[in-house]
Design a protein around this ligand. Structure first.
Ligand code: HEC
Length: 175
């Protein structure tokens, strides 16, 4: 009897700590979800080749030297939501004109906000955050954590912390 309770308690604390990790940051579920989202974005021609390339403009830190922003809506695992795709361009010789001529050459990262189903992250308007490489793989932070999911919930820096400061209280800067 006692033994079972103990085992159950251990099981519970393990699953709780895994849950907390996933809450704070990315985890396997978020990585899987980022793949499903990337393929939905590809289907909508928002990423990959050929994809729509909106007019580039001079960017601001921490996103690239040159940026494009596209807003649309896509369906992921049966949920359809608003998506904002920001392409971040950089590298030697980068300029608005250079990117307009050859976007693929300068594409460093694709940062995405996708509004997931209610309850995904009610504290933060259910945004799913991801920072992709040009090929759809994920960028990692300094500690090797994949940048996908509730990034970095509860931390003083990162996607959520900085976007919380966006005017209008909707986490979106480019309104
Ligand atoms: C230090 C602040 C800061 C951090 C950290 C940050 N962003 Fe942003 N983000 C901005 C600013 C400022 C803009 C507007 C840039 C522009 O002029 O297009 C922006 C724009 C965006 C946009 C376009 C929608 C909008 O808000 O205008 C997306 C998508 C985005 N960021 C995703 C991310 C993701 C994903 C991360 C984390 C990997 C992240 N951002 C981290 C400041 C930040």
């Amino acid at each position: 009897m006692k033994r079972t309770t103990l085992i159950a308690a251990i099981g519970l604390s393990i699953s709780m700590s895994a849950g907390a990790g996933e809450m704070a940051f990315s985890g396997p579920d978020s990585v899987d979800y980022s793949k499903a989202l990337w393929s939905a974005l590809g289907g909508a021609k928002l990423v990959g080749a050929p994809s729509m390339n909106p007019k580039p403009y001079k960017g601001v830190h921490p996103h690239g030297a040159v940026l494009t922003t596209a807003t649309s809506s896509v369906e992921v695992n049966g949920h359809s939501g608003k998506v904002i795709v920001k392409k971040n361009y950089g590298g030697e010789g980068v300029s608005v004109d250079a990117v307009a001529k050859d976007p693929a050459k300068y594409l460093k990262a694709v940062t995405v906000m996708f509004q997931r189903e209610d309850g995904y992250d009610s504290d933060n308007q259910n945004w799913f955050w991801a920072k992709y490489k040009a090929d759809g793989g994920l960028h990692t932070n300094g500690k090797g954590m994949m940048l996908a999911g509730r990034v970095a919930k509860g931390k003083p820096k990162g996607c959520i912390a900085c976007h919380t400061a966006a005017p209008g209280g909707d986490y979106i800067y480019t309104n």
